[in-house]
Design a protein around this ligand. Structure first.
Ligand code: NDP
Length: 451
């Protein structure tokens, strides 16, 4: 089998993806990154090509798109669009978050759903890949408006999900409040208590301890593993974190706990730079309780500066950069700037925050780079632990869940490193994570016949 056959196969399937899904640029980007990584697998195991494995994997098992009508506080009718992509259930029920953000469209949901297949496989937990959401913008809406929207959204979604079929969770714009409203409506429609239908629930009704913290903590545990392999640690390092939502806040918390100094964070309006160290209590109150803009931080901390434009956060010199906001927030130019400023490690708390060109800059310059699929998998891993607790009608202690999370992140790191080594790309965690995630799903699909 020549190397060229593998390259031609991957290129041919990629071409059909771009033709069949025109204008879905984010989906194309995610597919390209994964496909390019898999060439060495097809080199060594050409039978995957005979099984048309990529052709099958890039086609979602099912996509649902639906109308979400709701009444605003003025009594006016509003209409949004809801989505759920049920991408792959070879190794478990579809699992992946719901995103409420005005930018949501089929391309974004499909890129997230496609990546989720590989990420979920990497966690070692029995979960398939899915994702969903709506172009609804929770920002500036009252609690009642958010509740009415969630109820209408779930009225339709409830027909397609269940603890053994599809288990959504939160993502951008969907936190504890939204999950609570969604769960209430599901329960009302089903007329039964099926705790395992959603994860990220409140602690009083089936939620898992450490789920709120899991993605951010997991990202920092991953950084810890990368540094440990080089005989280094987080202690005394300066850290820049983009965003100030769920993932960012708990990434900052764990980085601080491990002795690092966090000097900047952001939201979609701009970033705060606090050379004396970000006061996390203020960020938590502003974002989790008062739902304010990050700019308000400088009113309380005059030693800090606010700058308009969130991407400029990457111009701040730091040892460790954690992009934790959204896709394509870190460009090639920003990556070059980080390298010039001496960055040691970058780990993606958000999904696909670095452009393909930015990733190349990090890899070429030997920056320790933890791709999203590996570095932010702690969230969905603890969601799977939440499902396990719900099935057993038990709740585990915080320390027990946190200990399992640390073990999962260590395994993801080592499995990805081993796969990279085995397939000829030592140290390349992008390739390693994609291959390790792919193999388990591909083998399960083949074992299950033509699915
Ligand atoms: P949140 O809604 O809690 O926070 C998102 C943060 O990112 C906010 O500070 C937000 O600012 C900022 N942000 C969102 N969109 C944009 C944008 N277009 N431009 C600039 N800033 C933006 O979401 P999460 O923390 O849950 O999610 C963040 C990222 O992590 C996403 O990529 C998500 O897919 C990923 N992720 C989340 C997991 C989880 O468990 N929650 C699990 C794995 C990955 P603003 O408030 O101004 O919009």
């Amino acid at each position: 089998m020549s190397h060229q056959v593998a390259v031609d196969y991957v290129n041919h399937v990629y071409e059909t993806v771009t033709k069949r899904n025109p204008n879905e640029t984010e989906f194309h980007q995610a597919v390209k990154e994964i496909f390019d990584s898999l060439v060495p697998v097809f080199d060594q195991n050409p039978s995957y090509i005979d099984h048309a494995i990529l052709e099958r994997m890039v086609e979602p098992e099912r996509i649902i798109s639906f109308r979400v009508p709701w009444l605003d506080d003025e009594g006016k009718i509003q209409v949004n669009r809801g989505f759920r992509v049920q991408f792959n259930s070879a190794i478990g029920p579809y699992k992946g978050g719901l995103r409420f953000h005005p930018s949501v469209n089929a391309s974004i949901i499909k890129f997230l759903g496609f990546e989720q297949i590989f990420k979920n496989s990497l966690t070692g937990q029995p979960i398939g890949g899915g994702k969903g959401g709506s172009d609804f913008d929770p920002k500036g809406k009252s609690d009642n408006e958010v509740m009415r929207f969630c109820q209408s959204f779930m009225t339709e979604l409830s027909k397609h999900i269940g603890p053994d079929t599809d288990v959504p969770a939160g993502d951008i714009g969907v936190g504890a409040r939204e999950v609570g409203y969604l769960f209430g409506q599901y329960k009302k429609i089903q007329g039964g208590y099926q705790a395992g239908v959603l994860t990220g629930k409140g602690l009083g009704f089936g939620g898992s301890l450490a789920r709120t913290e899991a993605t951010g903590y997991g990202t920092v545990y991953f950084v810890q593993e990368m540094l440990k392999d080089k005989g280094d640690s987080l202690s005394g390092k300066t850290v820049v974190v983009s965003g100030s939502g769920n993932v960012s806040i708990y990434a900052m918390e764990k980085a601080l706990e491990l002795g690092a100094k966090v000097i900047a964070c952001s939201d979609s309006n701009g970033y705060v730079y606090d050379p004396t160290g970000i006061k996390l209590d203020t960020v938590k109150r502003l974002k989790e309780v008062e739902r304010k803009r990050i700019k308000a931080y400088v009113d309380e901390h005059p030693e800090a500066e606010f700058h308009v434009g969130f991407e400029n956060i990457w111009t701040i010199p730091c040892d460790i950069a954690l992009p934790c906001a959204t896709q394509n927030e870190l460009s090639e130019a920003s990556a070059k700037r980080l390298v010039e400023n001496g960055v040691i490690a970058v780990a993606e708390g958000a999904n696909m925050p670095s452009t393909l060109q930015a990733v190349d800059v990090f890899l070429e310059n030997k920056v320790l780079f933890g791709p999203a699929k590996a570095a932010n998998a702690g969230g969905v891993a603890v969601s799977a632990l939440e499902m396990a607790q719900n099935s057993a009608r038990l709740s585990w202690k915080f320390e027990d869940v946190d200990e399992k999370l640390q073990e999962i992140m260590r395994n993801i790191y080592h499995n990805s490193m081993q796969a990279a080594e085995k397939y000829g790309k030592p140290g390349n965690l992008v390739v390693g994570a994609n291959i390790a995630g792919f193999l388990k799903v591909a083998d399960a699909m083949i074992a299950q016949g033509l699915i």
